[in-house]
Structures are given as structure tokens and as C-alpha cells.
Design a protein around this ligand. Sequence first.
Ligand code: NAD
Length: 430
Amino acid sequence: MNILVIGTGYVGATTAILLSELGHQVTGLDMEEEKIKRLQQGVLTFYEPGLEPLLQKQLQLENLMFTTDSVQAIQEHDVIFICVGTPSLPDGSTDLSAVRKVSARIGQLMASHKLIVIKSTVPPGTQQRVKRWIKDALTYKTSFDVVSNPEFLREGSAVHDAFHPDRIIIGGDSEESRSQVERLYGDMNCPVVHTNPETAEMIKYASNAFLATKISYMNELARLCDEVDVSVQTVAEGMGYDPRIGKSFLQAGIGYGGSCFPKDVKSLIALGNEHYTELGILKRVVKVNDSQYRYLLKKVKRQLGLLRGKRIALLGLAFKPGTDDLREAPSLAILSELMENGALLKVHDPVAKLPRELQFPSIKAFPSIEETLLGAHAIILCTEWPQYVSGAWEDWRPLVKSPYVFDGRNALDAKKLKALGYHYEGIGVR
Ligand SMILES: NC(=O)c1ccc[n+]([C@@H]2O[C@H](COP(=O)([O-])OP(=O)(O)OC[C@H]3O[C@@H](n4cnc5c(N)ncnc54)[C@H](O)[C@@H]3O)[C@@H](O)[C@H]2O)c1
């Protein structure tokens, strides 16, 4: 099948590569020329383990190409995936302007039947709006189908998730259009749920909001564990054996971030408000998350006192390991607050770069962990990259000025660090 993928960011590039690996002839279209140039050269515009070799392979096999020419691209492809961004508006609702723009462009240019697949995360009811936006822009009297097919991949394990999805959700108005989308994936050996478009759209939001809820629940509980001298890690272990609860997403820390959870939870709350349905649990989820990094900073201030002039080493910028994505990363809020308090910040991340808005004389990024730790009054772990978790803490001990370690991910071996002479504090860790 000839497939066009519009939007070649994180999801679009991964989807285009996956579909070409599955034997389709795929074109990726984006409005950012620089991004397209790099993709044409086989270079990803984000860090994702294992994805770039597949991009290069598919380019070489000529199963995959990239363009900025929307006219030719839309006219020549019968199946079009929409993978553009859907960020938050100031009131928390979803900014659908990119989806709207792309829909209108498709309507304006298409001269034969198209199957349009919405992969962007969009609120229930968007498939209906996309149909209307396309219809309103039609130049030629042409039929089309719009199917909702939300994406569930995780940054850092996108290759695995793309090829081994837990499930494929397909929401369409007709059995025929849903089956056409299912056939595109070949035999993925996973459950495929056929439903109406609104339900498919809701499944994506409900899933992300539920995972965010698990995280905030454990984070709030961890604060209480600190008070009553209980280890939240042992609590999580004990809970996780219950198959109804499961082991994942029970690790307390400085809160969730990234391009999905923060905006998707807020979007669901906004949708509830729009329909006079209060989603009180999710409001609390956001509140706990927004204040969780401050909870760790309180511990830092309690130990270090005045932060002015103190050198603080921050390990990890990315919102989670395996990615260079800094969208809504708690590390950024921590850096800003420490900077406002006059601290001198030394930063390290294996792949993520210090964003432009945080390039101040008091924040300096270092290429090695050792240089970052040298002379530090305290270390804050923000991302549980393996190089930190199983790092040479015994060799690092003499480098620091004072041995305070604040583990924002409860990922380090507290006992080992204490034995090495560090003053270790996690969140709800004994
Ligand atoms: N990143 C993830 O882990 C993830 C996972 C699942 C779902 N999603 C959802 O997928 C969607 C895309 O997310 P992302 O992280 O890939 O975003 P992104 O910002 O990395 O990529 C979006 C791309 O769309 C392009 N674009 C915007 N308007 C365009 C237009 N009019 N024509 C052509 N290209 C256009 C942008 O230039 C950009 O390259 C969002 O709805 C997101 O919520 C993301």
C-alpha cells in the first residue's frame, strides 16, 4: 500500500519507519524543511535507541522517502496518517489547529478516495470534526473515510512498542474502513479492538490518565511514608504482586513529565469541564504532580540551608531515560527554582541538551559525570539513566564537596550509598 504520514516528529517518523518495515511504500511529509532534510539523509531529529538504523535501511531500500511537497504527496497517496502535534491550550484543552490545518489541506487537494487515519492524540469527537474540516475544504467531489487509530508507543522503547504493541485500537464508522486499517498492520499478534471513533479517542486519554494517576497516587503516598517511617519501595513491591494492581508505574519520584501525560490529563479534565462533569481525581493527580518536585527541593533546602552560592550537580535532564525529550521534564522546574534561589548548577545528561531558555551563567552543562560532580555541595538525580544508577559512586565520593544525594527517582541503592558515606535521601525511602 502507498501510505503518506503527515508530521514526521516522534510518532510520525516512527510510524513511517514501522509501516515501511511492514512492506508498505511510505512517504513522510512535514512542514519543517530542516527536519525533512535530515530524515532524507537518514538522521533522526530525536534520540530513540535502534530507530535510526531502520530509517537508513528503509531509505536505502527505497521503501521510504520524505518530502515537504504536500500537493504531490496528498494527491499520490490513498492512505494518509495524521501524526501532527496536539499541544495544550492555556486552559488545558487540546490545540487542534495543526490537525485542522492538515485536514483542510487534505480536503483541498484530494481528487480520489482517501482513507485518513488519525494517530495524533485527540479528544473524543475529533474524528467528526476532521470529517467536517475535510468536507468544508473539498475542491473535488470525492469520498473519504476517517478512522481513529491512537498511538501507544513509549519514548525510549519505540522500536519495541511499534513492532510488539499491547493492542491496536481502531475506531471507525464502518467495518470496512476499520478492517482496511487493521490490514495495514499485517499480523501483529496482539488484540485488535474495533470500536467507534469516540471510544477509540477516549481509550487513549483514559489509558494515559490512568497511568498518571498511578504515579501521583504513589507519590502522594510516599510523602506519608516519609512521615510514618515506612519504605514506599517495599510498599510498592508488596502491592505489585497483586495482579489486579501490577508492578509497573508504582515507583515514587519527582513526578511524571514528557509530551503526553501532562497534556493528556489536562485535556481530559478540560473535556470534563466542557461537559459539566468534574474529574476530581484527575485534578488531584495534576496537583500532586505539579508540587512533587518541590517536595524534593524542600529536603534539599532542609539539608543545605541557604542555597545561594551552593554548587548543585543535577544528573539527568530528560523526562525519563532512553530519550532526549525535555517536554515538561521535572528537571527543568527544579533547575529554574534552584537558580532563582541563587544556586550554581552543574548539569549532566547522556543525550539531552540544556534548552536555550535555561542557558544562564549560573547553569553549566558538563560532558562527563565526574566533571559535573566535582566540588558539588549536593547531587540531585532527576533521570534514572543506567549510567547513574549503576555508576561508580565509590569513585565519585572524593569528588564532591559535601556528600548529599537527593534521589528524585528512588532509583539508587540507598544502603550502598549510605555505606559509602553519602547522606542519601529519596522520596519515601528508608
Ligand atoms: N511522543 C510520544 O511519545 C507520543 C506517544 C503517543 C502519542 N503521541 C501523540 O502523537 C502526536 C504527535 O506527537 P509527537 O511527539 O510526534 O509530536 P512532534 O512535535 O514530535 O511532531 C509533530 C510534527 O508535526 C509537524 N507538523 C505540524 N503541523 C504540520 C503541518 N501542517 N503539516 C505537516 N507537518 C506538520 C511538526 O513539524 C512536527 O514535526 C501528538 O498528538 C501526541 O500526543 C505522542
